[in-house]
Structures are given as C-alpha cells and as structure tokens.
Write a protein that binds this ligand. Structure first.
Ligand code: AKG
Ligand code: FE2
Length: 278
C-alpha cells in the first residue's frame, strides 16, 4: 500500500509501497501534490529500465536533454549519466565528473530562459559511505529575509549564466545569460521563494555594480536556512525529484572515488515550455 511520509520539517517527503511503473492517476495526483508541498520527493525501492524511468519522469513535465552533451547517455540523450567515465584513459580522476553538483548550493537550469522545473535522479550504484545530496528550501530563504531586503528585491531581475566549467562542449560555451526575477512566485503553490544561484548569477539588472555585488554577497549568506534543509542518504533503487523553482541542492562530493556512485538524471520543464527554445 502506498505510504507518504514527511521526512524534513520544511522540505522532503518519502513515498514507499509503490511501483512507479503502474501508479494510478489518482495515486499519482497525491504524489505530485506531496512533491509540490514538500519540494523534494523520494520514492524508494524501484527497479526500472531507462524507458520506464523516462515514462515516469514525463508525468511531471517535459524532459529536455541537458546542455552538457558529453555526459548524455549515448543511446538516450534525455538521460544524463552521473558518475560515469569518472576516470580518464590515463587512470586520473576526472574531478568535473566526480564533483558534479558539489561546487556549492545551486538550482538547476537557471541559465535557461525557462529553467528546469524539476530534476529527477535514479540511483544505480551507491558508495558505502558519503555521496549524500543536500537540499534546502527557497521558500524558507525568502521568509527569512528582513523586510527591507524583501522590499528592495521585489521586481529585481537577475542575470544567470552557465556555472560549471568543463561540462559543456567548447562550441556550446558562449552562453547568453538568462533573466529571472529574484523573488519568484511558484506557479503551483502560489508561494514566494528566493530564486538565487551563487554559482550562476552574474548581476542584478538595473542596479549599480557595487549595489548588485553587495546584494549578491548578502544573498549568498542568506540562501540557506538550517531548519529548511533535508539530507538524502541514497540507496540503490531510490528516485529523488526536486523542485528547482523553490529549492537549492548540492552533492556532498565526498565519497571514496574508487567506488561507484551512478545515477540516471533527467531535466524536466513545465508543460508550457514545449515550444520555447532553450
Ligand atoms: O549528484 C547529486 O547528488 C546531485 C548533483 C546535482 O547537482 C544535479 O544532478 O543537478
Ligand atoms: Fe544540480
């Protein structure tokens, strides 16, 4: 029987007792709502093929291939492989692959005109220690801002660019920044969130450079609220989906490199993004 259990105070919910290959529309509606309410949704104990993982992922929106072409699955470009080809032909650890997502707190796809609504990972291999994923609530970040900052940031737009060196092919690296409001109202929950990414933000538009730089430095300190966090300790067969519109995450990047930590990953956009180029 399906069981939905809240696992974090402000963020994080876990579903067990389901097979995502055959969830009824009625049960899926409950799962989807639990995700909207808790921002990070874990489904445990799944055995999936790639087409099955893609079919389940499409219930959340439209899958878009990730701009990092070198880490796409060779047969399924919708799938990004995490932790694969970690060692180069010379036997040296490829830090870009090993530490992907561990550079700092971020939200995925802020560099696109329509950012990824969600990112979903399915765990195929997990090290015996380390390798957790940390999550934090963007709603809590907004709530915790002093009123003067809430007022100052209302209507302010940030410019975001591609943040991680080494993942894009050289011909794709000339990235034009995308513009998004820093205070973002979630389409489905109606709640306001601080939409910020310390790795990708270039500037706050229309403000003097010194003002913009100072605000960015201030927001870096404010984006993570300790009580708004959830840490996921992975098991093989876990699916975790997070809402990039209202949460931040980072990989711990601390597991023994000689062990495997492998996920299938999809980037999901909202349904209305179908006709919008990246
Ligand atoms: O590997 C992880 O734990 C998360 C990596 C990440 O940031 C991502 O997939 O967007
Ligand atoms: Fe990420």
């Amino acid at each position: 029987m399906m069981n939905i259990r809240v696992v974090g105070d402000q963020i994080g919910v876990e579903v067990s007792g389901v097979d995502v290959k055959s969830i009824s529309d009625e049960d899926f509606a409950k799962i989807y709502q639990a995700w909207i309410d808790h921002n990070v949704l874990v489904v445990t104990g799944q055995e999936l093929t790639i087409p099955e993982f893609l079919a389940y992922s499409r219930r959340f929106g439209i899958i878009k291939p990730h701009p990092s072409k070198s880490t796409r699955h060779p047969d399924y470009p919708d799938i990004t492989l995490l932790g694969v080809n970690k060692f180069g032909p010379d036997g040296k650890l490829n830090e870009t692959i090993y530490r992907r997502g561990a550079e700092g707190w971020h939200t995925d796809g802020a560099y696109e005109k329509i950012p990824f609504k969600a990112t979903q990972l399915y765990a195929l291999a997990i090290p015996d220690r380390g390798g957790d994923t940390y999550f934090a609530s963007g709603y809590e970040a907004y709530e915790a801002l002093p009123q003067r900052l809430k007022d100052q940031l209302e209507g302010v737009v940030g410019a975001f660019t591609y943040g991680t060196p080494g993942l894009l092919n050289p011909e794709d690296e000339d990235w034009k920044p995308a513009l998004h409001p820093i205070i973002r109202t979630h389409r489905e929950s109606g709640r306001k969130s601080l939409y910020f990414d310390r790795l990708k933000i270039v500037c706050l538009q229309g403000l003097e450079k010194t003002v913009s730089d100072d605000l960015i430095a201030d927001l870096k300190e404010r984006m993570i609220q300790p009580y708004g966090q959830y840490v996921h300790k992975w098991s093989v067969g876990d699916i975790v989906i997070w809402d990039n519109r209202c949460s931040y995450h980072k990989a711990a990047g601390d597991y023994p490199p000689e062990q495997d930590r492998i996920h299938w990953r999809v980037s999901i956009k909202d349904w209305d993004a179908a006709s919008v180029p990246n």
